[in-house]
Design a protein around this ligand. Structure first.
Ligand code: PLP
Length: 447
């Protein structure tokens, strides 16, 4: 295959794609997506594809929501832009801050706006260190994260994340970052029970804190469920122990909820699913259901009050922090979620059905193990599941399966040899039936 349509030609000539081998893509041409409705997208050739990834874990309310388009249109006419830097604000930013404060757990009552998850993470990294500087402890600047975590693509986000492929490029990384192991029980748990392994992984945090000195650590940052790392669902014992350790050493606990936030795990936030009360939460994606770029950091009273009481500007922000159109769309997204009881429906109806369909797929010879929670899942593909033997490195089994899915009208993402599902939260049982029928067929083709 080579670029055929006008769009493919233009694209190959001028568009550098993210996370892509451009040389290879340009030879065959990118698949052109032209429109979308509900949980389906259509490509240029007219093929209808069920979107098992909600775009990139973000189109939670599904495509074609005219209410969101109408709100954007109206806001653009009334006030398309004004900044929130110089002693000014506007209705959408203020109302959205209040709405986010109301749905977040604990005392996360203060909201800082950004445009992307990566910017939210940069904000948190700076804010955590700045907090300790305000408190007279500027040496408390080490940030602890995890192997195989994804926290974005800016230099700070890539440095904080634990993706080796990203660390290789654009180095040197931001200093002052330490990492501990991930809680991936199926892959790394050995003979331990899931609960024992969860505790062991959490205690790696305590070991790291003691190694670098508790008085040097600013914060621990983790995704409640690692998303881009392959949907690594932690054992139930993990997060409570992490919280206990953070409290013991007075270390800020940060949940990166860019994927888990806004209903994905069956609660508004993954922190609620795991019973933790972080000092800060980053969010993006589902905040606007992916309709416009917007992100936020929800900040707890402790950090926010230190900032507020400290008589100095916080020298950080983005031209589009709290952009009125994006904020209006995000506000409407939250309103729709509340009116349609989206979170309750995920928790009580659609996630249980999704999990049942996953359990049925578990007998497939390629599927070694499925990590699942709420409406997100990661399947480990194995050459021999009985002996847990992975495919050799020269067989990119994930890509092979992903391509079969693409050709057969299903978007399922591959992360290494793990296949990921994270469909729109509004998906119906009938649509899940179709999705899983296709998934099984594509796994068969991959065999
Ligand atoms: N944090 C997490 C957990 C993510 O999954 C992502 C993106 O997938 C990011 C941060 C970065 O967000 P963005 O791509 O909007 O910069």
């Amino acid at each position: 295959m080579s670029p055929q349509s006008a769009i493919q030609h233009e694209d190959a000539l001028h568009h550098l794609h993210p996370f892509t081998n451009s040389g290879r893509l340009n030879k065959k041409g990118a698949r052109v997506i032209t429109r979308a409705e509900g949980v389906y997208i259509w490509d240029e050739g007219g093929q209808k594809i069920i979107d098992g990834m909600a775009g990139l874990w973000c189109v939670n309310l599904g495509y074609g929501r005219t209410e969101l388009a109408d709100v954007a249109n109206e806001q653009m006419r009334v006030l398309p832009y004004y900044n929130t830097f110089f002693q000014t604000t506007h209705g959408p930013a203020a109302a959205l801050a209040k709405a986010i404060a109301e749905v977040t757990p604990g005392d996360l009552n203060h909201i800082f706006f950004a445009n992307s998850g990566s910017e939210a993470i940069d904000t948190i990294m700076r804010l955590a260190r700045h907090y300790w500087a305000i408190k007279g402890k500027p040496y408390r600047n080490i940030l602890i994260a995890r192997e195989n975590a994804y926290h974005g693509s800016t230099l700070a986000g890539a440095s904080l994340g634990g993706m080796g492929g990203m660390h290789k490029q654009g180095a040197p990384l931001v200093p002052g970052i330490e990492r501990i192991r991930q809680p991936y029980w199926y892959g790394e748990g050995g003979d331990m029970s899931e609960d024992e392994f969860g505790l062991a992984c959490a205690r790696a945090l305590e070991e790291k804190i003691l190694q670098v000195g508790p008085d040097n650590v600013a914060a621990f940052i983790g995704e409640p469920i690692q998303g881009a790392g392959g949907v690594i669902v932690p054992p139930e014992t993990y997060w409570p122990e992490i919280q206990r350790i953070c409290r013991k050493y007075d270390i800020l606990l940060v949940a990166d909820e860019v994927i888990c936030g806004f209903g994905r795990t069956g609660n508004w936030f993954g922190s609620q699913t795991y019973g933790i009360e972080p000092d800060m939460i980053s969010m993006a994606k589902g905040l606007s259901s992916g309709y416009l770029p917007i992100a936020a950091v929800a900040v707890g009273d402790r950090v926010a009050n230190a900032l507020i009481d400290h008589d100095e500007d916080f020298n950080h922000g983005f031209t589009y922090s709290g952009h009125p159109v994006a904020a209006a769309v995000a506000l409407k997204t939250i309103e729709i979620m509340q009116q349609e009881n989206i979170v309750e429906r995920v928790r009580d109806v659609i996630a249980p059905y999704f999990q049942q369909k996953l359990a049925e797929l578990a007998d497939h010879p390629l599927v070694g193990h499925i990590d699942k929670k709420g409406l997100v899942a990661g399947m480990a593909l194995m050459m021999d599941k009985a002996t847990k033997t992975p495919f050799p490195a020269d067989i990119d089994i994930g890509m092979i399966c992903r391509d079969h899915c693409f050709e057969n009208g299903l978007i399922m993402r591959a992360t290494g040899s793990r296949m990921i599902l994270s469909p729109p939260l509004v998906i119906t049982e009938a649509e899940l039936d179709e999705l899983f029928l296709k998934a099984r067929h594509c796994l068969d083709l991959t065999l």
